[in-house]
Design a binder for this molecule. Structure first.
Ligand SMILES: [Zn+2]
Length: 325
């Protein structure tokens, strides 16, 4: 039997899976992403997960024909590394990936993608319909997209296309993004930024009556969504988030003309009614292009891992016609 492997390298966790030639996952292993150490420690964690997943599948790593990797960025595709990852400690400046993984599996068929591109590759591979023109958008701690147009996954020259969370949605630029620039989508709507956006809205309104713990350092996006329908200010924040999400998704649809937009990431996965429904209801109003289906990803929080597996099976494309079986 032929085996394929996938790796999901995130800021919090590393996961690896071994799959058969149909993309069925046989075994998986995960662990925390090492923080505060050198990049090579992260490489070692990736290799550990792959070794353990192979051990669980009762195979030698050299039996793996190809591997896909979906990773936090930014990437240097030519070198096969992550460089100066934004969401890991400053001590980590370079994480070698394709070389060490290739050495482990004795194969040069190692495909590296940013996590959202891995996501769209997975969604494409595991979907029955419209695989050639779709967008995957993650709304989690950050916001990003993976895009396939006419069957081509858009990676960009350095692997970093699709950073749509850093598109300007608010021309007034009231919020400064983690990247240092003003008015970016992610600064209003990502899980990490919703609490600060809520505080800003409360200040703009000159103080509000709310049960939300705005002054608590642990105040989170979850608190906002949990108070939907119970707290008028929470509803106001959710409405504002819905507004900027609709602007962001509309811009992406106008640029790439997808037939389906799949949304994933914890904020979308945990709040389909509050996050997806408003986009579904409003997107038509801003579009010249065809109105796409807006759906929750069918792959849940395994989308990057499954996408990495799908990449290994399809020479990095997600195109089912290239799969071995
Ligand atoms: Zn930004």
């Amino acid at each position: 039997m032929a085996y394929y492997a996938g790796v999901d390298l995130g800021a919090t966790n590393v996961r690896a899976a071994v799959a058969d030639g149909d993309g069925n996952v046989i075994s998986a292993y995960d662990r925390g992403t090492p923080g505060g150490s050198a990049g090579i420690a992260v490489t070692e964690a990736v290799l550990e997960c792959l070794r353990e997943a192979c051990a669980d599948a009762d195979i030698d790593p050299a039996e793996v024909r190809a591997a896909g990797i979906g990773s936090i960025g930014p990437l240097d595709l030519a070198e096969g590394v992550v460089t100066n990852p934004a969401n890991l400690p400053d001590t980590i400046d370079r994480i070698p990936l394709t070389g060490p993984v290739g050495n482990l599996i004795h194969s040069d068929r190692v495909f590296l993608h940013n996590d959202t591109n891995a996501g769209v590759i997975g969604q494409r591979f595991y979907s029955d319909r419209n695989p050639d023109d779709m967008v995957y958008i993650t709304i989690s701690s950050g916001i990003g997209a993976g895009v396939t147009v006419d069957g081509n996954v858009l990676t960009g020259w350095d692997g970093n296309a699709g950073e749509v969370g850093h598109m300007v949605v608010d021309p007034q630029g009231r919020r400064t993004c983690g990247c240092g620039h003003d008015g970016h989508w992610e600064a209003y709507c990502s899980g990490n930024n919703i609490p600060e956006f809520a505080r800003m809205l409360a200040e703009e309104d000159g103080g509000v009556e709310t049960s939300l713990p705005l002054d608590d350092p642990d105040f989170s996006a979850k608190d906002v969504f949990e108070n939907a329908g119970l707290d008028a200010f929470a509803d106001h924040v959710i409405e504002q988030v819905a507004h900027w999400n609709t602007v962001g998704v509309t811009n992406v649809v106008q640029a790439y003309a997808p037939i389906v937009v799949y949304l994933g990431g914890a904020v979308a996965l945990n709040n389909e009614e509050l996050v997806l429904d408003p986009i579904r209801e409003r997107i038509e109003d801003g579009l010249l292009n065809n109105v796409p289906d807006v759906q929750l990803t069918t792959l849940g929080d395994e989308i990057v891992l499954k996408g990495a597996v799908a990449s290994a099976l399809t020479e990095g494309t997600g195109d089912v016609s290239l799969a071995p079986n």
